[in-house]
Each structure stands twice: as structure tokens, then as C-alpha cells.
Design a protein around this ligand. Sequence first.
Ligand code: LLP
Length: 434
Amino acid sequence: WPPVVTSPRGHLAIGGADALGLVERFGTPLYVLDEAAIRRRCRAYREAMGDAGVVAYAAKALCTTAVLRIMDQEGLWLDLVSGGELHTALSAGFPPARVLLHGNNKSDEELRLAIEVGVGRVVVDNFHELERLAAMARAAGRTVPVLLRVAPGVEAHTHEFIRTGQQESKFGFDLATGQALEALDRVLDEPALDWYGFHCHIGSQILAVEPWEQAARIMMDLAAEAHRRTGRFVRELDLGGGLGIRYVPGDEPPSIAETVTRIRTAVARLADERGLPVPRLILEPGRSVVGEAGVTLYTVGSVKRVPGLLPYVAVDGGMADNPRYALYRALYTAVLANRPLDEPAERVCLVGRYCESGDVLIPEIDLPRVEPGDVVAVFSTGAYNYSMSSQYNRFPRPAMVLVRDGEAAVIVERETYDDLVRHDRIPPSLAREG
Ligand code: LLP
């Protein structure tokens, strides 16, 4: 890894398409998605899950109508967090009955839309939401299926994980102080709400399975307590998303198959040990479905060589299309797409074109000697790149193409300068005189 496959022209190939061919046709920067790679991961999740439960794609990782259409075709559910994501799903024709609606501060408008279209589950985060949802469901004469989100006190940081008695989190009902069970009492008192179970999410880019096994234990203890207290069984247990992917050589996440199988096995065993029926398992992967399926192509503009410093290789994108180094010091790897097999000749700093020093894509990377006009391919950009992109410095957002069997189709148009001013208004007070 990284997966360097070459085209007949000797360029990097993505999903069977020549990367330089894509650049000639669609320009740069360009987000490229390999459809087969996405579908393989959807299938790995579904096969490992079998009849034990459902896989809900966390659309926050990458949300466009074409991507959600693929998730529909692959039989996944969706984990959505906003009215905008829900609107995208509805625009893609995604059945709302397979949608979970998340959010720690859902608006009345979002809850109303969720009730109206009949989303599969509303994942209730707090007491205020619980009251509003119940009142709105009653008013609409509907019964809303709900999960209760719990802060389980398991926090996973990639390899190591720490357990805190009282996790500080803005998400979910607190476990340690008994609020999760109070919320359950409240839901069970409310005929307009139909309780399915509990949810938790322990982190992202997790590179070991143990944190989920630990979360499963805490959640099944909660399920046992809920049963003692109310006589009700947990029908569903949602353990969130978080499986990590490969960004740089050396990253070794457990496979999707291993992760899901071990979580499934743990939940079944834990239920058995507690004399509870095995709940239907829900997982909400985002990054591990689309992350490695994405590559971003950039054209090199200036190369600045200053004695004593790493050469600065500046490309035509940067922190607005991929803010993850600026935000998290996240690392990536890259090759030159026009000569991917050339030996590395120098260590460079790959930067963007945005007006601040923090606009770095990769702080240190070994590449062949880079010249203006070279095309850089950055790997594993499918998740949390486009979905966190901005128009900083008023650069239009890049296009996104989906590649299948060597054929590319635009799934997000490149923004234009007119798009940048489309929502701008000049008030009458600023009208030109004369
Ligand atoms: N479910 C819930 C409730 C979540 O909060 C998240 C991610 C997921 C599922 C999906 O997690 P995944 O499988 O993608 O790790 N912007 C950050 C990642 C934020 C993740 C937030 N929640 C980044 O670029 O790394």
C-alpha cells in the first residue's frame, strides 16, 4: 500500500481509468471515486453482518445523491445527521424507512420532516429533544421508532483506548448518572414513541476491535439493567461507526469482516451471559466504506526550492478541498500520477494555494523530482474531504467523478465563479449612485 496500478499509458489508473485522461477531461483539482471499491466494502459489511442486523452508511463521510444511490442499491441503511443530508437522501430516492436520524441539536423543522417522511429510527440525544419529538409525534398522530443515544464512557483513540467513568461528551444521555434509564422511563411512558434500543458511538479511525467489544459489554450491562427495571428487552443495539482505514504505509486497520464478526460474536455472547435475547445489531460505518475509494488529483503549479528547507510543492487545491491536515494533523500519502513508478528523489512539503501557512496537504513526502505541470494523486480522500470542503478564498469547489470499469461520470459538477456569488446580495443602501 498505496495501491499503485498503472494504465497502458504508464500513468496511475483509478478504477480502470487513466488518471491523466481524467485530468484532461475534467480538470483539477478533481475528486475521483472508484465505484467498485465502494461496492466491495458495502458487500464486505453486509456479508459479515448477515442476518444479525443492519449496516447504516454514515453519510457525513461523503454525501451526494449518486453515493447515496449506491448505498440504496447495496441494501445499506443511512445514518443521517441533518435536514440537508435527509433532503439529499430523499432526492436520491432513498427509502426513508431505512434512515436513522442523528444529531445532538435537531431542529423542530428536522424532526417534523423526519416524522412526515417516516424515517426508520430517530436516535434521541437528550431530554429536550425527547419532549419535543413526543409532542410532535402526538400532534401528527404518528408513532415514531426511537433509539436512545448513550455516552458509554468508552473513548477510542486509534490504537489505545481509555475508559472514563463519566465521559464528557455533548452527545447522548449520561450513563454514569442514570440519565439513560431515566430517558428510557420517559420513552416507555409515551405511546407516541416506540423504543427499539440503545445507541453509542465511541470514536473514529479506530484501528483495533477491542474498543467495540468493551462498548458492547457496557451497553449489554445497560440492556440488562433496563430489563430488570422495566421488563422490556432491547430489540436493537447500535454500536456506531469508527473503523479506521489506511492513510499512510504502516496503517493496519482490522478488516471489515474481522471487525463485524468479532462485534457480532461479542454481542451474542454478552446477551447470552445475561439471559437476554440477542438484539439486532446496527453499525454505522462512514470512513471505512468510502475513504480508500477516493483519490484527489491536483496539478503542480510552483515548486519553491529554498536552501535548507524542504521544497514547497504547491498544487491547485489544498485546505479547502481537504482540511484534515489543518484540522487534525491527519497524514496522507501521494504519488505523481503522470509517472507513478519513478523512484523517489526528494522529500517535499506538499502545500495548497490558500492564503495561510497552515494550508498543508502533506508536510513531508518522498516524491520523484517534481516539476510544474506534474499531477499529484493523494490517496484515501473519499471520506471527510468533500463533505468538509469550503470555498475559502473563493475558490470554487472541485468536481467529483465516479469511475466504473474505466468509464468516468461526473457526480458533482465543478463549481463556477457564478456559483460563488449566487447567494450574494447588494442591499439598496449600497446601490451605485447616479
Ligand atoms: N455514527 C456516529 C454517531 C458518528 O458520530 C460518526 C462519525 C459515525 C457513525 C461514522 O464514523 P466513521 O465510521 O466515519 O469513523 N471529521 C472527522 C471525523 C468525524 C467523525 C464524526 N462522527 C475526520 O475527518 O476524521
